[in-house]
Design a binder for this molecule. Structure first.
Ligand code: NAD
Ligand code: TYD
Length: 339
């Protein structure tokens, strides 16, 4: 099996590659990544010498390179994206380019090279914002409200269109908020944990009562593995661990586990268009694939806090852009390179 993973130097993609090469050491895995601010080869330092792992530095907008790399590939798992909602509010250009046009470009290459499966990684944010009641599921109508979620919704539509129009053998997963090791310290959990390690306050948006549904990255990746191997072509799977929490509850738990009090909370101006609640009903994946989450939020958050405590060089360098400066100095803007 030859697998191409786009965005494999990011948070979820790097955990996915490690998971796959550990479970299926005979699979050949190509990591195709542009190494944006969020992509980091340090995330895969422990497996970079694995005989079946290779890395190609490339933009998913580079169709020529993609076509070349896609030769003989059986399965594409498409993680590459711009992913931070706050950045999409500041400027949506890269989100439209990478998430919409980039997805089109990866699918075109997959189509031309007759891949056997194209799995698209998406988010529950495409469904919009819930009130106090109800859950997202596979039949929920799309209603994205941030530039990030709108760009991911557009990509989901394109992926389905390629299935219906061209018969591209696709599957899609729409997953809840992930957390775990190697998450860029701009998102809620790693930002708060690293701020506290440095003795800084944590910025809670608005009233702190927005709700997210949290899943450990390993539970997410186990589900993606099952979808690739046993999911039905053309189908969508909603993934989540049924761990709904308000941001204030998460903050209190992190404060308590790290030995701080509520004086470390700083209530700050709310995010524009801040979605109130996300919650996933993952029954289809549970019934059809036999998947179920294995890591409780309490276990997962403890492991995650410990990982950030144990790896201060990683997040300090990531935060300062030191790795990116290094890649730039060493390799410039050249693509198609194996580093
Ligand atoms: P991330 O921001 O940590 O990593 C994104 C990766 O994509 C980086 O390695 C980056 O270098 C790469 N990339 C960006 N633009 C590229 C381009 N033009 N060409 C090639 N590579 C490019 O993201 P993540 O949190 O790991 O998310 C991965 C995927 O999962 C995304 O598609 C995201 O929408 C989806 N998702 C994320 C979450 C979450 O909570 N983080 C939840 C559900 C779905
Ligand atoms: P985030 O981690 O950015 O994920 P998403 O917006 O994709 O769900 O944010 C999670 C929640 O935490 C969201 O309701 C916004 C809130 N939040 C804060 O309160 N403060 C922060 O500094 C950040 C980054 C997020």
């Amino acid at each position: 099996m030859k697998m191409l993973v786009t965005g494999g130097a990011g948070f979820i993609g790097s955990n996915f590659i490690r998971y796959i090469l550990t479970k299926y050491p005979s699979y050949a895995v190509i990591n195709y990544d542009k190494l944006t601010y969020a992509g980091n080869l340090e995330n895969l330092r422990d497996i970079e010498n694995h005989p079946n792992y290779s890395f190609v530095k490339g933009d998913i907008l580079n169709t020529e390179l993609l076509n070349h790399v896609m030769k003989g590939v059986d399965v594409v798992v498409h993680f590459a994206a711009e992913t931070h909602v706050d950045r999409s509010i500041m400027g949506a250009d890269a989100f439209v380019q990478t998430n919409v046009i980039g997805t089109f470009s990866v699918m075109e290459a997959a189509r031309q090279n007759n891949v056997k499966r194209f799995h698209h990684i998406s988010t529950d944010e495409v469904f919009g914002s819930l009130g106090a009641e109800g859950h997202f599921h596979e039949e929920t109508p799309y209603d994205p409200r941030s530039p990030y979620s709108a760009s991911k919704a557009a990509s989901d539509h394109l992926v389905r269109a390629y299935y219906h129009t061209h018969g591209l053998p696709i599957t899609i997963s729409n997953c809840a908020n992930n957390y775990g090791p190697n998450m860029f310290p701009e998102k809620l959990i790693p930002l708060f944990v690293t701020n506290l390690i440095e003795g800084k306050k944590v910025p809670l948006y608005g009233d702190g009562l927005n709700i997210r549904d949290w899943i450990h990255v390993e539970d997410h990746n186990r589900a993606v593995d099952m979808i690739i191997h046993a999911g039905k072509v053309g189908q969508t799977y909603c993934l989540g661990a049924m761990e709904e929490k308000t941001n204030r509850e998460i903050t209190d738990l992190i404060l308590q586990k790290m030995g701080f009090g509520e004086e470390m909370i700083e209530y700050v101006e709310d995010r524009k268009g801040h979605d109130r609640r996300y919650a996933i009903r993952p029954y289809k994946a549970m019934v059809e694939l036999g998947w179920k989450p294995q890591i409780t939020f309490d276990q997962g958050i403890e492991q995650t806090i410990n990982w950030y405590r144990d790896n201060p060089e990683w997040w300090k360098r990531v935060r300062s852009g030191e790795y990116q400066d290094y890649y730039k100095k060493q390799y410039g803007e050249k693509q198609g390179m194996t580093i």
